[in-house]
Write a protein that binds this ligand. Structure first.
Ligand code: ADP
Ligand code: MG
Length: 194
């Protein structure tokens, strides 16, 4: 199970959930996304795709759809913002935890809340769980603003970068264009998920 976690909204949890599910499916792995966000943006994405007659190659399920999830090889869990209880509950069931981060010093401060929430349930995490940061909405000149050295001090590696692109925004409700899926494949490689 791959958990996409951040206390903060708007950092790319839903984009990463859908991107990872798409890359896993492309690699022949039967994958589902569980949408734990009551705002349901992953379910909204999938619903839009259906409405547009372009169904996604993987299913997006509500948390109650446990039977369908049990048949999958990989479950990607998208989570809500500002919900520490859900964040911690999902973290303790995860084999992999992916934390999206935006560049900027204020962002790193907020990230501490997510890292602390995970640290607070450290002894309940699965043995051997892999945790990594993904820098999202990167532009060629803002790596410094993402402060890789600060991230390193938080104990988890940066496993991939996702560029800022309006095409990611437009991908809502459809399949992510193939030329933009490399970051998600990199996450799978770097975290030894595949
Ligand atoms: N790399 C990116 N480039 C451009 N837009 C992005 C990128 N990542 C996310 N977005 C946009 O930012 C908004 C928030 O992303 P989303 O994945 O919904 O975040 P979260 O699930 O953490 O709230 C969405 O409109 C999404 O399309
Ligand atoms: Mg979301």
């Amino acid at each position: 199970m791959i958990a996409i976690l951040s206390k903060k909204g708007g950092v790319g949890k839903t984009l990463l959930s859908m991107g990872l599910a798409q890359s896993l499916t492309d690699s022949g792995k039967k994958t589902v996304v569980i949408d734990h966000d009551p705002e349901g943006s992953a379910i909204g994405w999938s619903f839009n795709a259906q409405e547009n007659g372009r169904s996604l190659p993987y299913s997006v399920l509500a948390p109650v759809d446990v039977v369908a999830a049990a048949a999958a090889e990989f479950v990607v869990v998208d989570t809500p913002p500002n919900d520490i209880a859900t964040l911690q509950q999902v973290a303790t069931r995860a084999d992999y935890i992916v934390i999206p981060v935006l560049p900027g010093s204020g962002e790193v401060d907020r990230l501490q809340e997510t890292v602390k929430a995970i640290a607070a349930v450290q002894e309940k995490l699965k043995a051997g769980v892999h945790v990594g940061f993904v820098l999202n909405r990167m532009e060629h000149n803002n790596l410094a603003a993402a402060m890789p050295e600060v991230l390193e001090s938080l104990n988890y590696p940066v496993v991939a970068q996702v560029a800022r692109s309006v095409e990611y925004q437009r991908a809502f409700g459809g399949v992510i264009p193939a030329h933009l899926t490399e970051p998600f494949t990199n996450i799978l490689k770097e975290m030894e998920i595949l």
